[in-house]
Structures are given as C-alpha cells and as structure tokens.
Write a protein that binds this ligand. Structure first.
Ligand code: SAM
Length: 213
C-alpha cells in the first residue's frame, strides 16, 4: 500500500517560504523508510510519536496517515517558531492533530522514565559547517550541523535510549560526512541498529530499537 505525501503547499507561501525547510530528498527517503516499515509500525500499536526538528511537519503527518490520525498522539519540536506553525497546518490538512512545541531538541518535554516515545523521527541539520553557524533559530538551523554535521545530533544521541519506550523505534537521517557507522556504534551500545536504505546517494536512514525487530 502506498500513502500520499502530505499536502504542504502552504510552506511555499509567506510567512513560511524561505523560512521553513521544504521537504527534499532526505525527507522523502525518510517517508520511504516509514512506508517500508508500515506493517511493523502498525503492529507495535504506538501511542506516542514524536518528531524532533519537524520543519514542514511532512514526515510526522505522513506517519499519522500510516498509523491513523486518531490512533496515537503526535508531538513535534522545532527550534524555528515558523516550523511549529507550519507543522500544525500540515497536520490539520491531513486531519491530524499535532502538538508542536518550539524548543531545543526535547528540552522541557516530560517524557517519563523509562521513556514514553514509541516512534521517534529526526532528520537533523546534517551538513558540515563552521561551528559558528550552529544555533540559529531561522532557516540556517535546517542544515547547519557544525563539525562533521554532527553537533546537533550529538547532543541528542545520549538521550535516545531514555526517550524511547521499551518497544520504541528511532529513525534517523544521516549523510556520509556524519560518519554514520560511528553513530550506529554509539546507539548499538544500547540496542539494535539497522541501516534501512542507501542508494547511490550519501543519504541513509538508520533505525534503532531497544529490542530486535
Ligand atoms: C533537515 S531539516 C528537516 C525538516 C523536516 N523534518 C523534514 O524532514 O523535511 C532539520 C530541522 O531541524 C530543526 N532544528 C535544527 N536544530 C534544532 C534543535 N536544536 N532543536 C529542534 N529542532 C531543530 C530545523 O529548524 C529544521 O526544521
């Protein structure tokens, strides 16, 4: 079964245009990975789904279409305030209620201990840049990843195991410059990592879970 790409036309207009990341090849690769795992994801009966750095909200809304908008709680964070508005609107257009929060990664979210997140998505700012470019709250935050494109992601990695519920799954977008094998070995210390898909491109999707799936 194939699922439609969520309607996100609004981000091509003011105030979102040039301020919110427009879904691109990386986003669509993530959508493909989610679609490929559709039966696994539905069989988990996830209750809480969270996308960090939701941008347009396309990936989380796609996940809601796949799981059923009413079948889970959909939460999103982004450092860019316009992204939280864009995410809300993308969700609405697909009849999904998304609760977006403007924050740094998962700061301020009470996600329980052990974690409550059943499905976690992150397509981080992965482009290697000068470290001084990291930390913007505008469109630069979409790509500026600092050293090896890892500076934002590296702050999240130590939190993943604690964020996820026992059956939780984390999907991560990476590029070769991020040294994804190193990311995998950091995550592997706590669970199971699978490389979902690579192509001729440097992009890949990594899937982490506490238990073998
Ligand atoms: C590559 S874009 C991905 C956008 C969207 N998830 C997609 O797949 O199309 C990265 C997103 O992460 C957000 N972001 C960057 N740093 C962040 C941080 N520290 N906390 C939360 N979001 C952040 C950016 O504003 C941007 O929306």
């Amino acid at each position: 079964m194939s699922y439609p790409t969520p309607d996100h036309d609004h981000i091509l207009k003011a105030p979102y245009r040039d301020a919110v990341y427009e879904p691109a090849e990386d986003t669509f690769l993530l959508l493909d990975a989610l679609e490929g795992d559709a039966s696994l994801l539905t069989s988990l009966l996830p209750r809480v789904c969270l996308e960090i750095g939701s941008g347009s909200g396309c990936a989380l809304t796609f996940l809601s279409t796949l799981l059923g908008p009413k079948n889970a709680v959909y939460m999103a964070t982004d450092i860019n305030a316009l992204c939280t508005h864009a995410t809300l609107e993308t969700g609405k257009r697909a009849l999904t209620q998304i609760d977006p929060i403007r924050t740094d990664l998962v700061h301020g979210l009470r996600l329980g201990n052990p974690g409550m997140v059943d499905i976690l998505l992150f397509n981080p700012p992965y482009v290697p840049t000068d470290p001084s470019e990291v930390g913007s709250h505008g469109i630069e935050a979409s790509w500026a990843g600092g050293k090896e494109g890892r500076e934002v992601l590296d702050r999240l990695l130590p939190l993943i195991h604690r964020l996820l519920s026992p059956k939780g799954i984390f999907y991560l977008v990476a590029v070769e410059e991020n040294r994804p094998e190193d990311i995998a070995s950091i995550l592997q210390a706590h669970g199971v990592v699978a490389r979902r898909k690579t192509g001729p491109e440097a992009l890949s999707i990594w899937r982490y879970s506490k238990i073998p799936l």
